[in-house]
Design a protein around this ligand. Structure first.
Ligand code: FAD
Ligand code: DHB
Length: 393
């Protein structure tokens, strides 16, 4: 089997890349180890920056995002029993769209299939071969499907296979540097059939731990709690989750408790920062979580994945037109945005999570920092600028 670009992974990165390449007349095959239903149901991100939202619209896959997503012009920071609004519109002129990653994935799968795209579910890539740029490169992906081993030959391999995929491991160890940080806490996330009790996202710093109030629609709430690493969701019966959310989201003199309803999904996510440099080796390119991970507090992971493949689709298009420059610069260009998002995500995480290992001195610094952001337009402006997404220079 042969195609122009072999893509591993049908997450947002792989699917959007396949669609963008199709719009530029470049064919691709997407190999995905899970089934379609699993990819469409995996609960993850919700915040789409201004730029990627515009890119989805420009690529003709933004209709449902515009109809069903909701524009958010700010967020609330909550600490010390009080809420403080960060007004993105006033501070930056930009906003974000709340539209679940599951819906972006559904939209992209439906569009690729309607356009005759080649998406192979339950096809697990097992090896990436002959990608070194030595004149004799014959890139190919070995994969198994239905118990049979098959081979996909291509011009380029793009690994969009997430943090646990095989793409990153196929880079030669002596040419790669990785940078990593783990955090001493995780997130427990729930989805509940309950009307959100607030209109905007609430990022709450409480002595008991961080909490995030988000939403999916007028009927569905998405909430997160900081929990210790290694937490088993079984330790968190639903009543305990609601009681903890009530405590951490509390506001002095008002009832700020979330509306309750049946919990339909519970998951625990570790928090880590991770970067691979470079994001290319010869004919093998990495995009999205395959190359970098951020802790979810800054809402950047999905956005970085979409930014990477926008850049990559342009670079591959130029390469096919005889200009290798943009592809040669792909890693360097992508990594500039990646490191900005890494810093912002680390910053938001350390700002809002009480660290179980922190000293009382560091706790006070954290509160002082939050008060500064609430009081200073310049400090709030920096948060707003990063959260909504820094435009390309
Ligand atoms: P993935 O979505 O991980 O897709 C990779 C795909 O590759 C998967 O479908 C996998 O099955 C497949 N695959 C892996 N190995 C193989 C193989 N060998 N062969 C074939 N297929 C393979 N980001 C934000 O921007 N905003 C947010 O608000 C946000 N919130 C988050 C909340 C949570 C709880 C979590 C967990 C993440 C959040 N993120 C957020 C991060 C975001 O979800 C990820 O960054 C995003 O999914 C990355 O997309 P991707 O396409 O690179 O990788
Ligand atoms: C959501 C997730 C995040 O990590 C975040 O920072 C904001 C919102 C969400 O799933 O809605």
């Amino acid at each position: 089997m042969r195609t122009t670009v072999g893509i591993i992974g049908a997450g947002p990165a792989g699917l959007f890349l396949s669609h963008l390449l199709h719009l530029r007349g470049i064919d691709s095959v997407v190999l995905e180890r899970r089934d379609r239903g699993h990819c469409e149901a995996r609960q993850r991100a919700g915040v789409v920056e201004h730029g990627p939202a515009a890119a989805l619209r420009a690529a003709g896959v933004g209709d449902r995002l515009d109809r069903e997503g909701s524009v958010h012009e700010g967020i609330e920071l909550r600490f010390g029993g009080r809420g403080h609004r960060i007004d993105f519109r006033a501070l930056t002129g930009r906003d974000v769209v709340l539209y679940a990653q599951t819906e972006i994935v559904k939209d992209l799968i439906a569009r690729r299939l309607a356009d005759g795209g080649d998406l192979r579910f339950e096809a697990e890539a097992t090896a990436i071969e002959d990608v070194a740029e030595d004149g004799a490169a014959r890139p190919r992906i070995r994969f198994t499907r239905g118990g049979r081993e098959e081979v996909l030959d291509c011009e380029h391999v793009v690994a969009c296979d997430g943090f646990h995929g095989i793409g990153r491991a196929a880079l030669p160890a002596d040419r790669v540097r990785t940078f990593a940080k783990t955090y001493p806490f995780s997130w427990l996330g729930i989805l509940a059939d309950a009307a959100p009790a607030c209109e905007e996202l609430v990022y709450a710093r409480h002595e008991r731990g961080f909490a995030l109030y988000s939403m999916r629609s007028a009927e569905v709430s998405r909430l997160y709690l900081q929990v210790p690493n290694g937490t088993d969701p079984a330790e968190w019966p639903h009543e305990r989750i609601w009681a903890e959310l009530d405590a951490r989201l509390a506001v002095d003199g008002a009832d700020a408790r979330p509306n309750r309803g049946p919990i339909t999904d519970v998951g625990v996510t570790p928090m880590r920062s991770f970067v691979t440099e470079p994001m290319r080796h010869g004919r093998l390119l990495l995009a999205g979580d395959a190359a970098h991970i951020v802790p979810p507090t800054g809402a950047k992971g999905l956005n970085l994945a979409l930014h990477d493949v926008i850049l990559l689709s342009e670079a591959l298009h130029a390469w096919h037109g005889g200009d290798p420059g943009p592809l040669d610069r792909y890693s360097e260009t992508a990594l500039r945005r990646v490191w900005r998002a890494e810093h912002f995500s680390y910053w938001m995480t350390t700002l809002l999570h009480p660290d179980p290992e922190a000293s009382p001195f560091e706790d006070r610094l954290q509160l002082s920092h939050l008060e500064h952001i609430a009081a200073s337009r310049a400090a709030a402006g920096s948060l707003a600028e990063n959260y909504t997404g820094i435009p390309e220079p």
